[in-house]
Structures are given as structure tokens and as C-alpha cells.
Design a protein around this ligand. Sequence first.
Ligand code: NAD
Length: 424
Amino acid sequence: MTTEAKTSRVSGFHKKTPRERLDFVADFAGLDGDTVAHLADMGNLDPHLADHLIENVIATMSIPVGIATNMRVDGADVLIPMATEESSVVAAVCNAARQCYDSGGFTTSMSDAAMIAQVQLVGVSDPHHARLRILERRDEIKAICDACDPVLVRLGGGFRDVEVRIVDAPGGAMVVTHLIVDTRDAMGANAVNSMAEALAPHAAAWTGGRVYLRILSNYADRRLARARATWTCDAIGGPEVRDGIVSAYHFAAADPYRAATHNKGIMNGISAVVLATGNDTRAVEAGAHAYAARDGRYSSLTRWEVTADGDLAGSIEVPMAVGLIGGATKLHPTARANLKILGATTADRLARIIAAVGLAQNFSALKALATTGIQKGHMALHARNIAMMAGAAGAEVDAVARILVERGTVRVDVAEAELKRLRG
Ligand code: NAD
């Protein structure tokens, strides 16, 4: 038996093939043959592509893709692929969409589709004067930015505006230049980052300051997706349900502890479509949460009201930096297939559909919370996961899950006992 300590210091790990890395990891972690065989199966993602999407690849991880049905967005029916590991997320969207389908489904819109890149300047002795010196050079700045991405300019995108903020930071005032850039059908991180880097030496020369950061802001508040829908009072089960939903919204609007969970539910829907289409979930999540705190206190991303007719009106407005070009959207074959299912041929349409999914998700969560409670529906779906955790396979899964739901105790110990009983 060796007493030699294992080391994570591996030279040239990145130069190995995925299989060589996996063998190293298996040895390090003491993985058995079945586990290694499982990890070595890369499923429907080409190992070569996986190895180029990220670094040090050893395996891929499959997440279920479910289809949200019943969705009607701006008068057109759409099937929505959602990639998520959480049960009841897809069902929630289907249910919410069914209940507003007859009243027209979702109506959406979009602000400008612009991204923001920031250039940070420190040590500027006259920040207010410097601010104007930058703003005076708008045409020069436009030329510098547009030269970075002629493709984008040819497609009608590129530099739109420059803004300069003086940020009162703990170490003193900073002069922060914002480049506002239309990135068309791309999320646009790379384009705006290049522009910020190209502008930086000029900004330093114009202001006498020193440049540090040159990077996009994920607080994409110039790229807001909006969706609204009306649920008739009858369709949702009467005024008590409606008022419960509105009251649940009031709770989230007033209390950050509740708002975090309220918005997490919204992101269950949003992130699932963002992931399914190969977009950057972290970018969208960062933008959403920053936007939820835009008034200085973290609050709800949605709003719920009662119409003059007594129906329930829901709306959402959320930054949505997603694209059809770039990142994994264009490279990942499942992302491409999902985009085809969605039928979204512009980033604008994709962003608006995603906002509608966020609103639908929120409707179902609030309705469940305001009526039967979240556990009833969730546990009915979660029971199958619990059955599988207990070792159920094939037809046993549904059989055990049914018993758990009937008994009202969706617990793994109960599932194990039921499985044992079932197997005689
Ligand atoms: P990209 O640079 O791969 O592709 C965009 C480019 O494609 C454009 O700049 C343009 O030159 C060209 N293009 C061709 N057809 C186009 C069209 N119809 N519309 C727009 N552009 C078109 O893609 P990207 O969007 O810059 O990359 C997004 C990736 O960057 C994401 O994977 C994200 O994870 C990553 N990223 C994110 C951050 C962040 O969020 N903070 C930072 C860096 C990188």
C-alpha cells in the first residue's frame, strides 16, 4: 500500500486527450470501471467539439430537454425547449400558458438591443473636465469602435453612443466610459470587449488617467425584453386565486427575502431556455438580479395587477443578452436543434420568448403558492426522482412514485420500503 500523497499539480494536463485526462482522474479519485465507462460516453456531443468548447475536458454531462407546450407569443404558437434538471419547471410553463392561451397568450416587446462596455480610468485629477473631453470625441470614438467589427457594422450594428459616468469609489473618483453598442444577433461580449480595449489608450491620453478594466457590463439595461399576458379570473379559478397571486407579488415587491425566491422561480424558466439555446446563463442571471435591484432595493422582476374587468394582468421586464451567433449557440448541435424548434431567427425574437417563459413560470409558482402550496404539484413530479433514488427502475419508478403521492409522504426511506414490498 502506498502512502504517497496524491497531487493536483499536473503539468501539461491541458495537452492530454480527454481519455488520457479521464484515466488520470480515475486513478486520482479511485473511480471504478463502470464509472469510467460512464464518463467516457460523451453522448451526442462530439468529444472533439467538447474538448474545444472548454478546457481540460474529461466528460460531458447530459441535462434533460423538455418542451413547453401551449405557448403563444405575439400571435404565433411556439414550442419551447427547456434544459433543466429540476422537476416541475417545464410543467409550470405548460400550465400557465394553457390558462392564458384563450385570452391571447403573451405579448412582447424589446427595448434597443444594445450592450454596454465599460472603460475604467483612475487617477484623473479633473474628472468632470475629463468627462467632457471624452464626450467631445464621439465621432472619433465611433470610428475606433466600428473599426473593431466591420461584420457587425455591415449587419446594421456597431457603435450607438458614448456615455461617461463619474463613479464615487472608496479610492476616489473614477471616470467610467460606457460604449453603447448594437450587437444585432450576437450576445456581443467579444465585440464590445474588443471595442473597450481599442478605446482605452485613447481615453487615457485624453484624460491623463490610467486605464484598468475594459469589459462589458452584464447589467444589460439597454437590452430589455418585456412580456405581458392576461389570465381571465374564470380561467384561473376565481377572484380568491387572483387576489392570492397579487398578494404574493406584493410580498416579493416589498421583501428581498421573498423576492430572491420569487425571482429564482422566474429564472428556473429563463435559464432553462437560455441553456437550451447555448446562451450564457450566468450573464443573463447577473443582468436579471442587478435589474431587480435597480431602485436600490432588491425586488420582483414581475408585476401583477387586476384589470378593470377583474382579470389578472402579469408583466415582466428583464435584461436579456442572448444571441443566435457566437459562443456555444452556433457550435453546440443540441443548441442549434433547439433554436430550430423554437423557430427564432433573430436574437430579438429569442429574447422576447424567454421573457414570456419567465412570466409563465412566475404565474404557476405564485398560483401554486397562493392556493394548494408548492409541494403538492412539485412533489407529485418529484416523487419519480425519489423513487429512482431509492433504486426503482423501469416500471417500478411510476409504481413507487404513485404510492408515495397517494400516501402523501414523498421520502426516500418510504420509497425504499415500498420498493422492497413491491419486489416481494
Ligand atoms: P462571437 O464573438 O463569437 O460572435 C459575434 C460576432 O459574430 C460579431 O461580433 C460579428 O462580428 C459576427 N456576426 C456574424 N453574424 C452576426 C449577426 N447576425 N449578428 C451579430 N454578429 C454577427 O459572439 P459573442 O456574442 O461576442 O460571444 C458570446 C460569448 O462570450 C458567450 O459564450 C459568453 O459566455 C462569452 N463571454 C461573456 C462575458 C460576460 O458575460 N461577462 C465575457 C466574455 C465572454
